[in-house]
Design a protein around this ligand. Sequence first.
Ligand SMILES: NC(=O)c1ccc[n+]([C@@H]2O[C@H](COP(=O)([O-])OP(=O)(O)OC[C@H]3O[C@@H](n4cnc5c(N)ncnc54)[C@H](OP(=O)(O)O)[C@@H]3O)[C@@H](O)[C@H]2O)c1
Length: 215
Amino acid sequence: MKISIVGGTGKLGAAIARRLAKAGEPVTIGSRSRESAEEVAAELGFAITGTDNRSAAEAGEIVFITVPFAAQDATLREIAPYLQGKIVVDTTVPLMPPKVMRVQLPPEGSAAVRAQRLLGEGVTLVSAFHNVAAHKLIKDEDVGCDILVFGDDKAAREIVVSLAGLMGLRALHGGPLANSAAAEALTSVLIFLNKAYQIDGAGVRITGVADAPLA
Ligand SMILES: NC(=O)c1ccc[n+]([C@@H]2O[C@H](COP(=O)([O-])OP(=O)(O)OC[C@H]3O[C@@H](n4cnc5c(N)ncnc54)[C@H](OP(=O)(O)O)[C@@H]3O)[C@@H](O)[C@H]2O)c1
C-alpha cells in the first residue's frame, strides 16, 4: 500500500516516514513546499519521496496527518477531496500553546472526531501515535511505550496496528474514535510528567495484554 504523510517534514511525520520506509513500505512525505519535502525526503533516505501536501494526499492509499492542531483544520480542508474512500491516520493532539501541560480538548470532544466531521463519512478515520515522542521514534531504538489506535472501523484499525508492528512498535486497539480523547488528553499529562520529573519523553505502557489476541 502506498503511504503518504501530510506534514511529513515535521518531527513526528519524518519519524513515522523513516520507520515505515525502513521496513520496506513505499512512503511519500508532503509539505506546503514541495522543495522542503524533497529535501527532507532525501535526508531521511530509504527511497522516501517528497512532494506538496495535496499531491501526497492524492497519491497515498493510506494517508497520515502529522500537522500541529492549529493547522489541522486548514490542512484537512485543502486535501479533503483527495482523501475520500481512503484510510486517514490522524495523529493530531489538541495542544493549545502556551498551556500545553493542561488538557484542552476541542468542542467536538477530540481532534480525531473533529477530523472525521471535517472529512465526512467517505473517509475512514483512525487516530494513533499521540503518546510517543518523535525524538525517540526517529532513532533505531526501542521507544519503550505502546501505541494506542482508535477508530470506528475495526479492519482499518487493524491495518494501522499492523503498520505500527512493521515499524517495530507494539500497537493496541484502543476502541472507537470517541476514545481518542483519552490518548489526546494523556499527551498533556505526559508533557507535564516530562517537566515535573525531568524525563526525556514519558510514554504509556499497557500492562496485562502481553501477546493476547484481540477478541
Ligand atoms: N512531536 C511529537 O513528539 C509528537 C508526538 C505525538 C503526537 N504529535 C502530534 O503530531 C502532530 C505533528 O507534530 P510535530 O511535532 O511533528 O509538528 P511540527 O514538527 O511542529 O510540524 C509538522 C509539520 O506541519 C507543518 N505545519 C506547521 N505549521 C503549519 C501551518 N500553520 N499550516 C500548515 N502546516 C503546518 C510543517 O510542514 P511544512 O512547513 O513542511 O508544510 C511541519 O513540518 C501534532 O498534532 C502533534 O501534537 C507530536
